[in-house]
Design a protein around this ligand. Sequence first.
Ligand SMILES: *Cc1c(COP(=O)(O)O)cnc(C)c1O
Length: 472
Amino acid sequence: MTNDSRLAKLPSVDKLLSEENCRKLADEYGHQITTNAIRSVLDDIRRTCRDNGASIPTKEEILERIQVVIAASTNASLKPVINLTGTVLHTNLGRASLPAEAIDAMVQVAGTSNLEYELESAERGDRDRHIESLLTALTGAEAATVVNNNAAAILLTLNTLALNREVPASRGELVEIGGSFRIPDIMERAGCKLVETGTTNRTHLRDYERAITERTALLMKVHTSNYAIEGFTQSVSEFDAAELAHKNGLPLVSDLGSGTLVDLTRFGLPREPTVTSIIEAGADVVTFSGDKLLGGPQAGLIVGKKQYIDAIKSNPMKRALRVDKTTLAALAAVLALYRNPDTLAERLPTLKWLTRSSDEIMRTAEKVLPAMASALDGVGSARIENTNSQIGSGSLPVDLLPSVAISVTPEPGDGADSRLRRIAAAFRELDKPVIGRIHDGTLIFDLRTLDNPSLLTDQLAQLKTRLHPSDH
Ligand SMILES: *Cc1c(COP(=O)(O)O)cnc(C)c1O
């Protein structure tokens, strides 16, 4: 039989649509999606039949393929994963993991809420009021507002306070955070002119002083969160910069990057400037992220003097950068946890993970190892190894946290690298994908961020099937 005459035997779109299975699919996913899936499966069969001489599948097989195509096209692509990369605040994995309190709060307001509605007066309210008093209480600032992320916070602050005017900033602080975010670029988009001050390694107060003209709008400080300049260095403190700014009738704006509301040294972590300390030093506006060390949802927090925050709130760009009700709910819940710093390390996943001792992580490793070794039997070996985690998201860049990992090496021999990549891919293909990191020919799963070992071990039977498809 020629290919063409075989293809004539393919059922038509209408014929398939009238099949019970497809009618059910059409009820659930709609006529359009079902018809498109049928067409795409039939096209595919015609192509492989013509090009590779493949045989025509049975009607049952065709129906099953339609089902698979629909499932693939309607499955959510954004889904939970298990982050065992060793980077606690991993930007590509969604940064901070939210505490249960924040998740509950998001669910509560996901329907209708009093987002911008005053229940007492039945008048229109301001969405910022749900977080403003918490933020001012926790930072000592007079006023606060919130936007989509810290990049938006900087953009909005500069656009409000420095449009068409000059902003001196230290050459040593013109940071790039991930490919597309650079302080000089954001200043340009905010409509202000950067005046580079000092040198890469040293900036003195007199450098800022010389940069001030009648066109100056404000002085800017940026926390160099993702690198450290070491050796012969000099920078101007917030305190001195604020004094100089105020002497010239200008505000000082400080981008704190990660920013933290509590002194991290009380948890045994390296020192980071707190928002409160920068406000106390005299900064008039401070911006920082919601989903870095703060441990909350993606957001950009702006705190400071009321006159500047009021101006920022009434910039029309604020509307384009504002956050939604679920973000506000999560943020308020996270900020509420900060009222009691003593319970913070238990309740906030970011802080819980950052403060986990290597002894505790070792106990998790001992629980996980046997199941891991057995799942990898025949393809690789697993063992416990000391490693270092990092905080991530440009926070506390030079500090590494001692941790414990399960390291996986493939059976020795040819193609070990590609076999290791295959093992890593099998972990990523699990129902709840598990993400590690490959270093020096081993696949490392840092267990610092694994709260519940069974989340991993319960999936290992599935992993075995993926790694040994021939046995099944
Ligand atoms: C991370 C960071 C930003 C950007 O913050 P996002 O919340 O990611 O937009 C800006 N400035 C500094 C110094 C940072 O560390």
